[in-house]
Design a protein around this ligand. Structure first.
Ligand SMILES: Cc1cc2nc3c(=O)[nH]c(=O)nc-3n(C[C@H](O)[C@H](O)[C@H](O)COP(=O)(O)OP(=O)(O)OC[C@H]3O[C@@H](n4cnc5c(N)ncnc54)[C@H](O)[C@@H]3O)c2cc1C
Length: 319
């Protein structure tokens, strides 16, 4: 059995949880989904739509706000009870915070940032990026189960998660969460910087690259983003230049995103950029160089000058 640890904050499910569910279902065998928190019934019912053996809720006041200790303690107890062969998690900031501690506590293997599963019905082989995404490694886990696997955002499609013909049963696990053992005092939840945006949750993204040429030209991209109801993002040189804050950077040293629509304006498509956005459902690239590598992964390519194409798109969207 694979146990998927779903993530919620203030009763709102992180949609990357569905990606981890899709990955676990793809791996084969029964899947259970765990969700931790306080008053998370609505999240549990949402998760019950998945084709899963059951949804397990650990509901405790001490889990109302996320803490690493709370998660490690609770999941260690739940895993001892459920004895899964694998534990799948979305590779979110929160997972990155507690999963290494949990794996270390249980002395089990942890494979992070997994992008694909191979031979899913034989011995499980996990594909993960190495060297800043320049290469992919195929790894297997050693040692006793369960093995912990974190799924790269956007690598597995949330809409590929199978839904059950009837809602899965929801069960409350009787796990005592001892608040006195939690050493952290949570402050405001993860944000990399003031006003940081979590682009991994964005449905539409307009990303700009060096083709935009000057900071004052960002306005045209912002207008397009506004017309589309999209977030603005960028390739690394734009953030390095300080034209946009670092939390808007997409790529191996920035954020990994999986929006429904990713519009790349004047971005060449370097591998370090592609690893951060290739999971987007639909990629539209505007570039004046027909040989730009971005066109290799784009669903729609517009060969042209962005300063002509973008205003035309905005005019069309405003009609
Ligand atoms: C360790 C490491 C980590 C890195 N991490 C990241 C990362 O996280 N994210 C990231 O993005 N990069 C990262 N990079 C940098 C990466 O290698 C590229 O240099 C970078 O992505 C290039 O950005 P760009 O596409 O905006 O610029 P360029 O490669 O210069 O491309 C600009 C593109 O704009 C097009 N263009 C120019 N004018 C116009 C116009 N008027 N209309 C339309 N198109 C036009 C050009 O044809 C060109 O294709 C990293 C590099 C290293 C070494």
């Amino acid at each position: 059995m694979i146990l998927v640890v779903a993530e919620q904050r203030e009763g709102k499910l992180n949609r990357a949880s569905w990606e981890a569910i899709a990955a676990a279902q793809h791996a084969g065998g029964p899947v259970k989904i765990a969700v931790l928190g306080s008053a998370v019934d609505a999240v549990a019912s949402e998760l019950a739509a998945a084709e899963a053996a059951e949804v397990i809720v650990v509901d405790a006041p001490a889990l109302e706000q996320y803490t690493s200790d709370g998660h490690v303690m609770t999941l260690a107890a739940l895993i001892a009870e459920e004895q899964p062969s694998q534990v799948f998690l979305p590779h979110t900031y929160q997972t990155r915070d507690f999963a290494p501690a949990l794996a270390a506590r249980l002395q089990r293997a942890l494979i992070t940032d997994v992008t694909a599963l191979k031979a899913p019905r034989g011995a499980m082989v996990f594909v993960r990026p190495v060297f800043q995404g320049k290469m992919s490694a195929e790894v297997t886990a050693e040692g006793p189960s369960p093995h912990f696997v974190t799924c790269q955002i956007g690598a597995f499609r949330a809409d590929a998660a199978k839904r059950g013909s009837a809602p899965a049963s929801v069960r409350k696990a009787a796990i005592d969460v001892d608040a006195s053992k939690i050493r952290q005092k949570p402050e405001a939840p993860f944000k990399e910087a003031k006003q940081a945006v979590d682009l991994s949750q964005a449905e539409r993204i307009v990303a700009v690259g060096r083709g935009i040429k000057a900071q004052e030209h960002l306005e045209v991209a912002e207008q397009l983003a506004q017309a589309l109801g999209a977030e603005i993002a960028a390739s690394r040189p734009i953030c390095d230049a300080g034209w946009l804050p670092m939390d808007r950077q997409i790529g191996s040293s920035g954020q990994t995103v999986a929006p429904k629509l990713y519009l790349a304006l004047g971005i060449s498509g370097a591998i370090q950029h592609l690893v951060g956005m290739k999971g987007a459902r639909t990629i539209v690239a505007i570039n004046k160089d027909p040989e730009a590598p971005i066109f290799e992964i784009a669903d729609y390519g517009i060969e042209g000058d962005l300063f002509e194409v973008v205003p035309a798109l905005i005019a069309e969207l405003k009609k």
